[in-house]
Design a protein around this ligand. Structure first.
Ligand SMILES: [Zn+2]
Length: 182
């Protein structure tokens, strides 16, 4: 054993002995137990969140819109992705799962799409977004407007989203883009 390895090892042993002494104290035992319970509660919470998102996707009457993530400079063509404004299922995370750092909600969406084979391929609205970030934003806007206008139809909510995003001048006229590119 080299001297530096010996030094590190003896340091390690001292730390282990100290920790063993602390672990015998009642209030430390209580702390360890609480920490364990918190970890369990966190796991339960995440599982519940995951399952409720999958459930939401399975009960959703999907409102599919299109958006584009890729732009081919060579032939100036765009490839289209499709996603639901209500539950968030979308082809972008389905096609790019290996390169994206998915949130728990996105993992649930992906799991639902794989199990149910519900991969949106066609849109049922004329609304179009420039990229995934705008699509995600529109999903949040859908929830926001729906919560505040419970009786509003999907068409009315879409109008509100269009007005909201066009007033921000971040999204070009969706209908015009669809007309020119599809
Ligand atoms: Zn949906």
């Amino acid at each position: 054993m080299t001297s530096s390895l010996e030094k590190i090892n003896s340091e390690r042993e001292i730390l282990e002995t100290k920790i063993e002494l602390y672990e015998k104290l009642d209030w430390i035992k209580e702390y360890i137990m609480l920490k364990k319970r918190l970890e369990e509660a966190n796991i339960n919470y995440e599982n519940e969140l995951f399952n409720s998102k999958v459930d939401e996707c399975s009960k959703c009457e999907h409102l599919i819109v299109s958006f584009s993530e890729d732009y081919n400079d060579f032939d100036r063509s765009k490839s289209y992705e499709y996603g639901c404004l209500k539950c968030g299922i979308n082809t972008y995370i389905y096609n790019n799962e290996k390169t994206l750092d998915l949130s728990l909600e996105e993992k649930a969406i992906l799991s639902y799409m794989k199990k149910s084979k519900m991969i949106p391929r066609y849109r049922n609205t004329n609304i179009y977004f420039n990229n995934y970030i705008e699509f995600e934003k529109a999903c949040k806007l859908y929830t926001y407007f729906k919560e505040r206008n419970k009786d509003a139809s999907d068409e009315m909510i879409i109008k509100m989203i269009e007005e909201s995003v066009s007033s921000e001048k971040e999204i070009k006229n969706p209908k015009e883009i669809v007309k020119n590119n599809v």
